[in-house]
Design a protein around this ligand. Structure first.
Ligand SMILES: [Zn+2]
Length: 430
């Protein structure tokens, strides 16, 4: 994963650009991918695919030819989708178009203006502060031309057509944690899924430019939407912050209940938070009206209240390979795989027994004098095994981890006291 990051991070992966295509084609060598294409101007619900953007050259100079910043040194020096501009400008006019980072003086900020366009450069605060001349020379040679928006899709066919979506975006030029880490973790998860036995659900991994990529894919695959049972968006998975699981718009959905209760049993330092309260990404398009696919989001984000949330180097030139580690990426990959494993396991627990189980007779009684908590949990779980509740429902109701419930359900299954069903199967007489 880290090797791929080193190879791709400095590419100028703007939403429709040669380098975005380069990065996607490189990833398609890792896993067999279908590349969906949407031409400039294509209408996607209320959106239109924009032009391909290329910055050929851009710099800021003093009138005597001293170069102050150069796009050749860092792709963030030019606003993504900046209009072309060449001329001599006053210091005042330049400052109106020269962006700095709100809290990292030494960094170049990431600024994009895909639709509401203007010309713009980005610099560090010290550079901006050093501008004392009356006038400067600005050169921004950018072009807009018809292009093709590309979405990479990797499908792991399951027994069911019902699909679980894994989504990551690839459109952040010259940055790593946001967004390449989500991409490489997603691909590695896909590889691991393919190496195991056929899953129940079908998994679709999408690598795309943020927002417009999701809108384009969804609007051109409306037939697939009813089969999408849930999803998980991935990004910011290489830094040191704890795992944050952001719920979907439908916080009561099976996927929400399952993943939230599962993360509790997977990572003690993690936390879960409601929709739109951690970070906003492509999950918005899946959760939106007319789509309503419950999609959660997993990232490593500093806890609420931290002044540098989501993480210190966010949307800046300091988001480099130095702030991520293979160890963190691997831990996140394991969390994602475990979350998907619980999703596969999450079924309705159907009782074969009637009344309360004679626990001692089955050798499963827990002595309340020795283990009062275990005793209480066993009964709390058993009384909810009624064909109407999934493992995740039971975990959510009792407020314990998916894994803790699964352990008891597995024991009951072993004793032939319950069976698991993909559909509700109530057992009380009516
Ligand atoms: Zn971002």
């Amino acid at each position: 994963m880290l090797d791929l990051i080193h190879e791709l991070w400095f590419l100028k992966r703007d939403i429709l650009s040669d380098d975005f295509d380069r990065a996607l084609f490189r990833l398609a060598q890792e896993v067999p991918m279908t590349i969906h294409e949407y031409p400039t101007g294509a209408s996607c619900w209320t959106w239109r695919v924009p032009e391909k953007w290329t910055c050929h050259e851009a710099y800021l100079e003093t009138l005597d030819g001293r170069r102050l910043l150069d796009y050749a040194h860092h792709p963030l020096h030019v606003v993504s989708y900046s209009l072309p501009f060449e001329g001599i400008v006053t210091r005042q006019e330049l400052l109106a178009h020269l962006h700095v980072h709100p809290h990292l003086p030494e960094a170049i900020p990431y600024v994009f203006k895909y639709y509401d366009r203007d010309w713009g450069l980005c610099a560090s605060q010290p550079l901006r502060d050093s501008l004392t001349d009356e006038v400067y020379r600005v050169v921004i040679r950018t072009t807009f031309e018809p292009g093709v928006l590309k979405v990479g899709e990797y499908v792991i066919q399951g027994e069911s057509r019902q699909s679980f979506m894994l989504v990551a975006h690839l459109c952040h030029p010259g940055m790593v944690n946001d967004d390449l880490t989500g991409v490489v973790v997603g691909l590695d998860v896909a590889r691991a899924l393919l190496a195991t036995e056929k899953p129940y659900y079908t998994y679709r991994v999408l690598i795309l430019p943020e927002t417009i990529g999701s809108v384009a894919y969804l609007s051109q695959h409306e037939d697939l939407i009813p089969e999408m049972v849930g999803g998980l968006f991935l990004e910011m998975l290489g830094n040191d912050s704890p795992h944050a699981l952001q719920g979907s718009f439908q916080s009561d959905s099976q996927v929400d209940r399952c993943l939230v209760s599962a993360l509790r049993g997977l990572d003690l330092y993690s936390y879960s938070a409601p929709y739109r309260s951690v970070i906003n990404n492509d999950e918005r398009q899946f959760n939106a009206p007319g789509v309503r696919v419950p999609m959660l989001s997993l990232s490593r984000v500093e806890p609420p209240g931290s002044p540098t949330r989501p993480y210190r180097e966010y949307h800046s030139s300091l988001d480099t390979p130095d702030i991520v580690s293979q160890e963190r990426l691997e831990a996140s990959r394991q969390v994602v795989l475990s979350l998907l494993q619980t999703w596969e396991r999450n079924q309705y627990v159907v009782n074969k027994f009637k009344g309360e189980v004679f626990c001692s007779g089955y050798g499963i009684w827990i002595d309340y004098r020795i283990n009062p908590e275990g005793h209480r949990r066993l009964f709390e779980i058993m009384e909810r095994c009624d064909g109407e509740r999934t493992v995740a429902d039971i975990a959510t109701e009792i407020g314990i981890s998916f894994q803790a419930v699964w352990e008891v359900v597995s024991l009951l299954q072993e004793k032939d006291l319950v069976w698991l069903s993909r559909v509700p199967s109530p057992t009380y007489p009516r």
